[in-house]
Design a protein around this ligand. Structure first.
Ligand code: BTN
Length: 243
């Protein structure tokens, strides 16, 4: 396993993706940057992070041997690896906001951007990008963002956290390799943000509605119990949880 440490780069995901195209790289090759000049978030957003205060890194994983029916399980194992790591560092009230935002005390402390390398219609590899807010204490214009330092009052060693995340990623990928889908899904659902609580959502057309999050389907869709007692499944681009 290689760990590449960079002072600055546009995006660790973009860097690692290029590297994986140009050469054969080992599983869990990791690129960590002190600063990203064009950090990328989900759905084309920007990921801003104060230099040297937080973790911004990407991990390469060949998933061609997993024969994944549902790529969502890459999100599940990554979320679980982060949740277990943060638990170890005594971060309270952890949850996962579907699909893979990690929250503590209802504030976002970690974002995950998974980019898959697809060849002949199947996923060959994943670049797993992780942005974890660690020692930053001010988030301007981001009222729902927080960090480990804000929550716990402690300053954390970044290397220690990365090593724990990598250890847990390996553990959960091993469970996935062994086909423990039900166990992983159950474990993930146990952390699901606002599960069984009345919640407000917005659909693709901007229509606001309410319902109860019940769980996720095997393919990773969000299952929501609606007013008329019907459970409807939503995929990623079709629903936003307003909170
Ligand atoms: C999100 O929108 O919540 C996902 C954020 C992911 C940010 C990380 S930081 C390291 C990696 N490189 C990137 O450009 N993005 C991811």
């Amino acid at each position: 396993m290689f760990i590449v440490k960079l002072n600055a780069i546009d995006s660790t995901n973009s860097y690692l993706r290029k590297l994986s195209v140009d050469e054969t790289i080992d599983d869990y090759t990791t690129v960590i940057a002190k600063k990203q000049t064009r950090g990328r978030g989900q759905m084309g957003t920007v990921w801003d992070s104060q230099a040297s205060k937080n973790l911004t890194f990407s991990v390469f994983k060949n998933v061609s041997q997993l024969y994944l029916e549902h790529p969502f399980y890459i999100s599940v194992v990554t979320s679980l690896a982060l949740l277990k790591t943060l638990q170890l560092f005594s971060i309270p009230r952890l949850s996962v906001k579907w699909p893979n935002d990690i929250l503590s005390e209802n504030k976002k402390i970690c974002g995950i951007l998974i980019e898959n390398v697809i060849k002949q219609n199947s996923i060959k590899a994943s670049v797993i990008g992780i942005g974890l807010n660690v020692n930053q204490t001010k988030f301007e214009n981001l009222p729902k963002a927080s960090s480990l330092k804000i929550i716990s009052g402690k300053v954390f060693n970044l290397d220690e956290i990365v090593h724990e995340i990598l250890k847990n990623l390996k553990h959960y990928f091993l469970l996935l390799e062994k086909g423990n889908y039900d166990l992983l899904k159950k474990d993930y659902e146990a952390y699901l943000f606002r599960k069984n609580k009345p919640s407000t959502f917005k659909d693709e057309e901007g229509i606001v509605f309410s319902g109860f999050i019940k769980g996720i389907s095997k393919s990773g869709n969000l299952q929501v119990l609606l007013e008329d007692d019907i459970i409807k499944e939503f995929d990623l681009k079709t629903i936003t949880l307003l909170y």
